[in-house]
Design a protein around this ligand. Structure first.
Ligand SMILES: NC(=O)c1ccc[n+]([C@@H]2O[C@H](COP(=O)([O-])OP(=O)(O)OC[C@H]3O[C@@H](n4cnc5c(N)ncnc54)[C@H](OP(=O)(O)O)[C@@H]3O)[C@@H](O)[C@H]2O)c1
Length: 338
């Protein structure tokens, strides 16, 4: 027998500065080179049936056409109304040129079978790209450091597509405070969302607070610590969030999987986590977890202290030829690395 879907009234919301209410948790769709487009699309359909309303897509995940089919079925069957969904897509790094951002957005709309997106993000703040599925030491000789004027040309196209009604909100991803400091004063339309890596072992407290202080809602990717991430994003020193002693202890106390502790923490802290799973029991329990049995203040504080500053998506494949280590992508000295 099919389980009842999780009631919408029970799912927490984040209220944006303009008053709009957005689901406080969503479903990721990056198959991590491990799960094919059909599997991911089935999870999107199943996720909507279970009660997910926010779906994080991207052109580079190479599954928007299949996800679009799943969305169409879900809408046709009345599992949700379009205005209840919050659909996200992103422009990939090889589509930053003049006119390309708009073209990429239109392609995502076509693939996703939608008239508009709720949020369109600049996936990475530079035009450096790697071939899908490449190895961790792959480098693109055309890669170059972040340049404010170049980025603003991309952003201006986002502003244009928002003005044309192709996306209700526009936002950025994989930014740093120095980059935001440089670009925010130049934005005609400020970013409403910032998608960033956020999990217990990588909390980015300064950037997180910076976003909140500027009225920008953080969306947290890899919320469970991305245990199925591609080889290129694995490093011997990486920490597994679900094995952190602080997380394991809280999981034992609540009698739940450590992954669910990560998600409860994320929602209670105030980011929108977008956990990925193609397995129905997992994605259902991920959504269910944030509707019940909250963490105590002491547990929240214990997780706050568990931060290990362990970035998983280091982005080394985007490094430019004369760059030093992957850390250069993240402006460790407080100024934009060049
Ligand atoms: N903006 C960006 O640059 C960016 C970068 C990365 C990701 N993202 C987005 O963020 C989403 C989430 O990140 P992610 O997929 O890398 O990592 P994640 O959500 O932290 O981890 C996903 C993995 O966690 C496991 N999992 C999920 N629910 C579980 C549960 N209840 N119990 C036990 N294990 C569970 C599954 O592993 P198994 O497969 O082994 O079951 C799943 O593949 C992506 O799908 C994508 O939409 C955005």
């Amino acid at each position: 027998m099919k389980e009842e879907s999780i009631q919408q009234e029970r799912i927490p919301r984040r209220i944006l500065p303009g008053g709009d209410a957005v689901p406080a948790i969503g479903l990721g769709t990056f198959g991590s080179d491990k799960y094919g487009p059909e599997e991911v699309a089935r999870a999107v359909y199943g996720g909507i049936r279970q009660g997910y309303r926010l779906i994080d897509c991207a052109a580079v995940y190479q599954n928007e056409a299949q996800v679009g089919e799943a969305l169409e079925h879900a809408l046709e069957e009345g599992l949700a109304k379009r205005e209840e969904l919050f659909l996200i897509s992103k422009v990939w790094n090889d589509r930053h040129g003049e006119g390309e951002v708009l073209a990429s957005c239109r392609q995502s709309l076509k693939d996703l079978r939608q008239d508009y997106l709720d949020l369109y993000l600049v996936h990475w703040p530079f035009p450096n790209y790697h071939a899908p599925g490449c190895s961790g030491d792959a480098r693109n000789p055309d890669s170059r450091p972040f340049r404010v004027q170049e980025f603003m040309k991309v952003w201006a196209q986002c502003e244009e597509l928002a003005g044309a009604g192709l996306a209700r909100y526009i936002g950025m991803s994989n930014m740093t405070i120095p980059k935001l400091e440089a670009v925010l004063p130049l934005c005609r339309i400020k970013p409403a969302f910032l998608e960033m890596e956020l999990h217990p072992s990588f909390q980015q407290p300064e950037l997180f607070q910076y976003a909140l202080d500027h009225g920008i809602q953080p969306i947290g990717y890899c919320p469970i610590g991305s245990p199925s991430r591609p080889e290129r994003d694995r490093d011997a020193g990486d920490v597994a969030d679900t094995e952190l002693p602080e997380i394991a202890e809280i999981a034992r106390a609540h009698g739940i999987h450590p992954a669910l502790v990560c998600l409860k923490w994320a929602v209670q802290r105030g980011q929108i986590p977008i956990p990925f799973s193609v397995k129905e029991p997992q994605y259902r329990s991920n959504l269910q977890a944030v509707t019940e049995d909250p963490l105590s203040e002491a547990e929240m504080e214990s997780i706050r202290r568990a931060d290990r500053n362990c970035r998983l998506v280091k982005g080394q494949v985007f490094l430019w030829p004369h760059a030093g280590s992957w850390e250069d992508l993240w402006d460790p000295d407080g100024s934009i690395s060049c």
